[in-house]
Design a protein around this ligand. Structure first.
Ligand code: HEM
Length: 513
């Protein structure tokens, strides 16, 4: 062979190697092995179904469910994602050991992308242990009391000044609900500024939160960019904006500034002190403070919006919940009358099954987190009906209880409809839910499940209950346009917890007369 022929052969060989190597790397040759779930790679190498999945995740997964059933694997941006939609299998998956299905690997990546915080298992344990200690039982009851006071202060803030007292005020339901919960929970968890010149905290207008610039507005802007941060798809302008927002929020939440405050919750103080003990710098502790602020706020405000908007839109639900709240308050010796003092009630002493059901129903409809696990080694998976699969090492497993559980018509008939009393029997006892004739232990999973379940879930539900009780007892309220439909959800937030509405909806409120 001539030397030019040899050179040509070498060129073709390396060209083919590059092409095939590239195709191999983008997964073009991946075949479904025996016992693996049905594989759907789409038509575009590497990207696979990324575009559809990002644009309309729920619709895309519904379509895949129809095509492949309750377990399948899809290629999305170079990743092989296994989806399991059978809720009866969730418990087994969630119980699998971390060396098989790990929830930290992806979680830590998200935390770094959004908060620039390098999380580790030690940090995760600190969060879990302190949340168990301070967001449950007696500590939770004490925190609820503080939260109740802060909610009252923030809610009445806009109506407090003499002449305005009984006038209608107008706001967006989302803006009002999110802002109210945000300000109140911030004060309850992160403490209040010392204000020595005034006797009463309320008179000090809760330290005039607005003095800190637009704290809430900037938090919302950050939160709006959150999905893009997580996926690492911010454009240059978005990158600059998130840097600016991080700096603004880090400044407010700097360890130095936080410790100048009074009444910081034990949940915050102990976590921070333990972080300091394991040698974290002040900068990292501040980044961690911001992570705690986001985790404790980003879902509760939008959830409060959906609860309130459903009550405003469904008079039957509003009437039932109102009558229940009125009755339990009378049982505690309080009446909701014009001019009577703002109610004082501790959640631990009252039973509100209809309100509880309304909140659970709202979370069923609007909480759609992806529960993410990284497959650390080839892992056997046995479905509840006995089918057996193998998940391949290096892939990812996603549970999507919204589709597999919340929207399953066998479990929740007429699943898209808001039914405030869905979780109660006609006699007021709790309903049971079944799938394939089997009673389900978990029939909604708005807070995730297993070792990574939301540690703030009990406080979150308390916040929502207190918010509704105070809204009903403090204010008359109505939608500005009673005919206006509840806004559709903003699809870009799917998978991150509580979805947001694609727009706000206006309402009027005034102190009860
Ligand atoms: C309606 C309100 C809320 C919803 C729907 C919600 C939902 C969730 C979900 C789905 C997760 C991830 C679970 C998983 O991956 O399995 C999570 C994590 C977390 N949530 Fe919540 N949450 C809410 C309110 C709160 C509140 C009020 C707090 C604290 C006061 C809180 C603190 C946290 C923390 C610290 C984590 C991370 C836990 C970890 O890394 O193990 N959440 N939440």
């Amino acid at each position: 062979m001539d030397s030019w022929e040899t050179a040509l052969c070498v060129f073709f060989a390396s060209f083919l190697a590059t092409v095939f190597g590239g195709l191999y790397a983008v997964g073009a040759f991946r075949k479904r092995k025996p016992k693996e779930p049905p594989l759907d790679k789409g038509f575009i190498p590497w990207l696979g179904h990324a575009i559809k999945f990002k644009k309309q995740p729920v619709e895309f997964l519904e379509c895949m469910q129809k095509k492949h059933g309750d377990i399948f694997t899809v290629l999305v941006g170079g990743n092989y994602l296994h989806f399991v939609l059978d809720p009866c299998t969730y418990r087994d998956i969630i119980k699998k050991s971390k060396d098989k299905l790990d929830f930290d690997t992806f979680g830590f990546k998200i935390v770094f992308n959004a908060f620039r915080f390098h999380a580790s298992e030690t940090h995760h344990k600190i969060v879990q242990q302190n949340s168990k200690k301070y967001l449950r039982g007696k500590s939770l009851a004490a925190l609820n009391q503080v939260m109740m006071e802060k909610l009252k202060t923030v809610m009445l803030y806009s109506c407090d000044s003499g002449e305005n007292k009984r006038q209608w005020q107008q706001d967006g339901v989302l803006h009002f609900s999110y802002n109210t919960i945000f300000q109140a929970a911030y004060l309850a968890l992160f403490g209040t500024d010392p204000d020595k010149d005034v006797e009463s905290e309320r008179n000090a207008k809760e330290n005039k939160l607005t003095q800190r610039g637009d704290f809430f507005g900037n938090f919302q802007k950050f939160d709006h960019l959150f999905p893009q941060m997580v996926f690492g798809i911010l454009n240059p302008q978005g990158k600059m904006e998130t840097e600016r927002l991080r700096k603004f929020l880090w400044d407010i939440l700097s360890v130095e500034k936080i410790y100048q405050k009074d009444n910081i919750s034990n949940w915050i103080v102990e976590q921070d002190q333990q972080m300091a003990e394991i040698g974290m710098t002040e900068k990292m502790r501040t980044q961690f403070m911001f992570l705690l602020l986001w985790a404790s706020q980003a879902n509760t405000g939008p959830a409060a919006f959906w609860v309130l908007v459903h009550l405003l839109k469904y008079p039957e639900a509003m009437k039932a919940v109102w009558e229940e709240v009125d009755r339990v308050l009378r049982e505690t010796g309080q009446e909701v009358n014009p001019g009577s003092p703002i109610i004082d009630v501790s959640l631990e002493t009252i039973k509100t099954p209809l309100l509880d059901s309304t909140i659970e129903e709202t979370l069923r409809l609007k909480a759609n987190p992806f529960l993410f696990r990284s497959v650390m080694q080839d892992t056997d998976l046995k479905m509840a009906d006995g089918r057996e699969y193998i998940l391949r090492k290096g892939d990812h497993l996603l549970l999507f209880p919204f589709l597999g559980l919340h929207m399953d018509p066998e479990i929740h008939p007429d699943p898209h409809t808001f039914k405030y009393d869905r979780f109660l029997n006609p006699d007021g006892t709790k309903r049971e839910f079944y799938k394939n004739g089997k009673k389900l232990k978990q029939y909604t999973m708005p807070f995730g499940g297993g070792p990574s379940i939301c540690p703030g879930r009990f406080f979150a539900v308390s916040e929502l209950k207190m918010f509704v009780i105070l809204m009903l007892t403090c204010f008359d309220m109505e939608l500005v346009n009673a005919e206006e439909e509840i806004p559709p959800v903003d699809g870009s937030r799917c998978g991150f917890g509580i979805v947001h509405p694609s727009r706000d909806i206006q309402f009027r409120y005034r102190l009860r007369s």
